[in-house]
Design a protein around this ligand. Sequence first.
Ligand code: NDP
Length: 242
Amino acid sequence: MKYALVTGGSRGIGKAVCKKLASDGFYVLVNYRSNEKEAQDTLNSIKEDGGDGELIQFNVSDKEQVSSVLGKWIEENPDKHIEVLVNNAGITKDNLMVFMTDEEWESVVMTNQFGFYNVTKQLLQNMIVKKNGRIINIVSLSGQKGQPGQVNYAATKGAIIAATKSLAQEVGKKKVTVNAVAPGFIKTDMTEKMDEAQLKPLIPLNRFGKPEEVAEVVSFLASGKASYITGEVISVNGGMYS
Ligand code: NDP
């Protein structure tokens, strides 16, 4: 059995990634922060499709909680190796910089940036020792080109792009690959207040993307087919930016 952990697997892109990895044969640890109902829905649909997995609740921004919950899972399951980590959990708190509150800055940095650090730290050593690991970070178009109203969010996603490239160079010799997937506008709760009709003229493919279209790329990066790809950022943005 191959094991994968997806942070923020209860909704949106993370939910689609959980389902796809399960259909690829992974036992999926579905992480969520607070929405147990949606997390359970992800797990149910994995099982309905003949896959398997379990829920694992922790707040990625809380180092102690990640360490006690995920650390405990690792300790209690020494024979199980989590070879795929998808750092997907993320939030936005958009505001123009001039009006931005400390809370809007700090909570986005704590979730999107410290979350990557807290979770990856737990799994990295085993991946290195086993010489088998795939780390896939969900970043964003905003972290590539910048976006007004998202200085906090873009800063975190840009940081994770740099971390992806750096970590890839650190662990490549240990057969651990580290890549990022950068979605554009994808239809999820995060974008539900956005007006697709107004924004789609900016998108060459003339529509928002679907979570499943991001999950396909994650699945590829997690597979043997991507064995010689590391340190890359793959855009899934309908042609908005390259
Ligand atoms: P959603 O808002 O639909 O879902 C967010 C998910 O992350 C939920 O499962 C949520 O859990 C979880 N989550 C949030 N904070 C935490 C936390 N502190 N600890 C653990 N889990 C947490 O987001 P999307 O699916 O749209 O986004 C997923 C990723 O894709 C994010 O990193 C986002 O930045 C990125 N992205 C999204 C784009 C889009 O257009 N949608 C575009 C570019 C990038 P719970 O349900 O418990 O709250």
